[in-house]
Design a protein around this ligand. Structure first.
Ligand SMILES: NC(=O)c1ccc[n+]([C@@H]2O[C@H](COP(=O)([O-])OP(=O)(O)OC[C@H]3O[C@@H](n4cnc5c(N)ncnc54)[C@H](OP(=O)(O)O)[C@@H]3O)[C@@H](O)[C@H]2O)c1
Length: 316
C-alpha cells in the first residue's frame, strides 16, 4: 500500500470524487492509493471509504491550511468545487484559485480539475439573448469554474481539465425527472429545443478520471470532456418510456420559461440549457463519447443507467 502513489480526492463522499475513490479502491492492482477528503470522517460514507482501504483525512476547501495538509506527499489530486453548496461563482473561482496554489506548493504531479466552459467566451455579457446573473456571469456554475482554469495553467501545474456533462442522476436527486400530467402521462421538461444534450451517469465521471490518471502524462495540459450519451429530449423521453413502462413525453419549454420556474438556480440552469442547445456542436464535440468509453470501458448509456437506477427516480 505504501508503495502506491497517493491521489488526494476532494469530494470523496460525493458524486464525482466518490466515483473516483471507489474506482481506485475496487481495483486491487491499482498503482494508486486513495486519500479521501471529507469534512466529517465519522459520516457513513467516510467510514465506508476507510473500510475499503482509503486514508480518510479531514479538510475543507475553504481552509487553505487543511487543503495543504491533505495534499502533502500526494502524487495526484482530484479537484472539484461545490457550486450548489453556496450558489456563488465568485466563491467557486476563489476556491479553485486556492486549490491551484495548494497543488503548486505540494508539488502535485498530476491534478485533475473538474471544470466547465466559461460561457461568457461564447455569449458575451452584452448579449441579451440570455440574462446576465450575479452581476457578471451568464451561467454562474459554469463560468466561475472556467474562469479559474488559468490559475492552474499559470502556476505550471501538470493538470487535466475535465468537463463533465449533465448528470442523469439529477432526475433522482434534483427533481428533474418526469412529472405526471393531468392526462396521466409523464412529462420530461427541458428547454433543449430539438438539440442533443450530453449526459452522463454521475458514477462514470470518477471512473473516467481514473482512466485519465492511469494514462500517466497523456492528458496533461489537455481538456477532456466526457459523456455517456448525447440525446434529444424526444430521444430521452423514448428511452424513459421503454425503461419505466410509462408513457413519457418531452415537454419542450423555452429557456425563458424554464428560468421563470423560479426554484433556486432556475435562472442559472435555464441559461445552461440554452448554452447546451445553442452551442450543441461545441458541447457534444467537446464531450467525446468514444474517448469517454476508452477511459472507462464500463461507461453507461442512458438506457443502461436507467436499467440500473430507473427505479430510484421518484415518479409523482
Ligand atoms: N449535477 C450536474 O449535472 C453537474 C454536472 C457537471 C458538473 N457539476 C458540478 O459538480 C460539482 C459538485 O460535485 P459533486 O456532484 O461530486 O458534489 P456532491 O455529490 O454534492 O458531493 C459533494 C461532496 O463534497 C464535500 N464537500 C462539500 N463542501 C465541501 C467543502 N467546503 N470542503 C470539502 N468538501 C466539501 C461533501 O463531503 P463531506 O460532507 O464528506 O465533507 C460532499 O459529499 C458542482 O460544482 C457542480 O456544478 C454538476
Amino acid at each position: 500500500m505504501s508503495e502506491k502513489k497517493i491521489i488526494t480526492v476532494f469530494g470523496a463522499t460525493g458524486a464525482q470524487g466518490g466515483g473516483l475513490a471507489h474506482a481506485i479502491l475496487s481495483d486491487a492492482n491499482s498503482e494508486f492509493a486513495v486519500r479521501a477528503v471529507t469534512r466529517d470522517p465519522n459520516s457513513d460514507k467516510a467510514k465506508e471509504l476507510a473500510r475499503l482501504g482509503a486514508e480518510v483525512v479531514t479538510a475543507d476547501i475553504d481552509d487553505k491550511e487543511s487543503m495543504q495538509k491533505a495534499l502533502a506527499g500526494a502524487y495526484g489530486a482530484y479537484f472539484v468545487t461545490f457550486f450548489w453548496a453556496h450558489f456563488s461563482a465568485e466563491k467557486e473561482t476563489a476556491e479553485a484559485k486556492n486549490m491551484a496554489a495548494a497543488a503548486k506548493a505540494a508539488g502535485i504531479k498530476h491534478a485533475i480539475w473538474s471544470t466547465l466552459e466559461d460561457v461568457r467566451t461564447f455569449v458575451p455579457l452584452d448579449n441579451d439573448s440570455m440574462p446576465t446573473l450575479q452581476g457578471k456571469y451568464k451561467v454562474p456554475h459554469f463560468d466561475g469554474k472556467g474562469e479559474a482554469d488559468h490559475f492552474f495553467a499559470e502556476a505550471g501545474i501538470p493538470v487535466t481539465y475535465l468537463m463533465a456533462s449533465f448528470y442523469w442522476d439529477n432526475m433522482i436527486y434534483f427533481g428533474m425527472g418526469p412529472k405526471k400530467g393531468a392526462d396521466g402521462n409523464f412529462y420530461l421538461t427541458l428547454p433543449m429545443a430539438d438539440k442533443k444534450m450530453a449526459g452522463i451517469a454521475a458514477e462514470d465521471i470518477g471512473k473516467c478520471a481514473y482512466g485519465i490518471f492511469k494514462k500517466g502524462n497523456e492528458f496533461i495540459g489537455k481538456t477532456v470532456g466526457i459523456a455517456g450519451d448525447q440525446l434529444t429530449g424526444d430521444e430521452m423521453a423514448g428511452v424513459l418510456s421503454k425503461s419505466l413502462g410509462q408513457t413519457v413525453v418531452y415537454n419542450m419549454v423555452t429557456p425563458a420559461q424554464y428560468r421563470a420556474f423560479g426554484f433556486p438556480g432556475a435562472d442559472d440552469l435555464g441559461n445552461m440549457f440554452q448554452f447546451y442547445a445553442e452551442f450543441e456542436q461545441h458541447c457534444n464535440k467537446t464531450r467525446d463519447l468514444k474517448l469517454s468509453k476508452e477511459l472507462n470501458p464500463g461507461l453507461l448509456s442512458f438506457e443502461a443507467w436507467l436499467n440500473k437506477y430507473g427505479p430510484s427516480i421518484p415518479l409523482d
